[in-house]
Design a protein around this ligand. Sequence first.
Ligand SMILES: [Zn+2]
Length: 652
Amino acid sequence: MHHGEDQRRRFLKGAATALAAVAITPRARAFSPDLAEPAQSTAAAAPSVPDQPVSCVQPFALNQVKLLDSDFSRATAANLRYLHSLPVDRLAHTFRTQAGLPSHATPLGGWEKPDCELRGHFSGGHYLSAAALAYASEGDELLKTRGDELVAILASCQQPDGYLSAFPRSFFDRLSSGQKVWAPFYTVHKIQAGMLDMYRHAGNQQALQVAMGIGNWLVRWLNGFSDADVAHMLKTEYGGINDSMYELYAITGNERYRDAAHRFDQASLFDPLAAYRDELQGLHSNTQIPKIIGAARRYELTGEPRYRRIAEFFWETVTQHRTYATGGSSNDEFWKTAPGDLKGQLGLYSAESCVAYNLLKLTSHIYGWNGDPRAFDYYERTLYNARLGSQDADGMKLYYYPLRPGAAKFYNSPTDSFWCCTGTGAEEFARFNSNIYFHDGKDLYVNLFIPSELNWNDRGIVLRQETGFPREPRTRLRFKLAAASRFTLHVRIPSWIGPDATLRLNGETIDAFASPGSYLSLQREWHDGDQLELALPMSLHAVPLPGDDSQQAMLYGPLVLAARLGGEGLTHAMQYCGYDAGPTPEPAVQPASRFSSASPRSTDWMRVVSADTLRFEATTRQGTVPVAPLNQIYGERYAVYWQNDIDASSSG
Ligand SMILES: [Zn+2]
């Protein structure tokens, strides 16, 4: 977005002079222009099957993409080591005791403590999802075995009517009678989703039976309540229970599951979004996103345009107008301000990790409908900054991603936290291979520059991507083909790409390029051994905080940079927390950059020290400050946002 029109035109002009042997069509698609006007009537006569496919592109199965050595594969390995450290009998403990079965295991702590109202969300939910994803992505047999064992134990704890939880049914009585209770449906969603992941990604048939049992219990339970009763209950966080019930419908075709999922439509959230109104101010961020993912799933299964509108408008307003430079969103877990205004929102508890996780999940749904490369500009920035940097070397995860200048990261403890973000992190760090490549049945899309090998088995196509990106500003794509094959390869040209980007095919420079934020599309007959080398020049660019030009972040390519402010006074206890997200380190002083308020996008106060090792340096009022990518900063204070020198002087 930081590129001017002149550069865009130059890129497009270049594209017109493509080599005759290679047809090149730069394109940037608009978001669903056919859906620009809200339809008059959408509630009636919802088709059970969409008239036409809603997806234009789809991701490959997890076992078709293998990560090669990179920061992502190393982060995956750390996550799996952590998951290996959790014994099944401890995970199963509260489910067994709730079902009246003997258990002698030491209970887990934090949000899995036997008296915590959220118990079971990680142990019987996120853990199963993560184990299934790790098996599909990495072939982790140990986690598949552990997952299978846990499914069998939880099946033995499931009641004859399908009820399955580590807490008693009385929690649902409290929900329906308006008494205070944490989030019973949120927890049941995690368990049902964990079972469905074990079925889909690890082939566990028993897990599908358990998920159907939960679905049957839920259908009967909901039958006892009017829509008005349910509307009242939806004020309590219910996670993505609509999403998992739609998924159960997609697998089984049983319309009772779909109809039950419909009952979790929350008019107070969905209606304004369907009318393109952002009324999100004051709402708890992570409570809303899973509901929207459920709406996205509804659109995919029924074709009702209202639900596409809800999901697309929500994505647009949140990712474009409510996010920090890292791609994260929320402060103290809420959206406290109007869209486009994050003034005063750089907190110790900003950018809850689950929010970024769920926004990425939503992004891949929406990208599947429109193939818009803009979706991957957001995805990539969030992945590298709000996600990759949220884990330490032992697999511990961040809850919040502090953005108050001078703060430090603080992580969960191994067995005494089990925050929501511990759970979503365990899932995400088991599937970094999931969105690198897409296809539309015929053509191939390369969206991320992560070292990996794609095996498109039924087309006889293997594509190997080798790169040291972002330490190396290029990527190489090599085809291994069973036979020559004609198709179009769409390579994403990121919006951050610098001038002088080039593409070489089998060593020859192609005299064309696509504009930043679009695809470079190569239509030709591909042969075994064909090689593409894409230069990805990166440069420094400044991104002001929305609504406050006196604060700016600096990026290098997709990487958010941060001032390294040292680890003085930081103790282990400050950085690794138990049940509560505290005590947290007090922030140090915010560095003031030397940029003039007249040119808040100036970058001349920062320089690249070493592109190979991603080391940078800033000139500030406090002197020279070392700078590194935010996702590489551990055990020290940092600042993502730099203060305008002039404003700092005048405010003392
Ligand atoms: Zn969370």
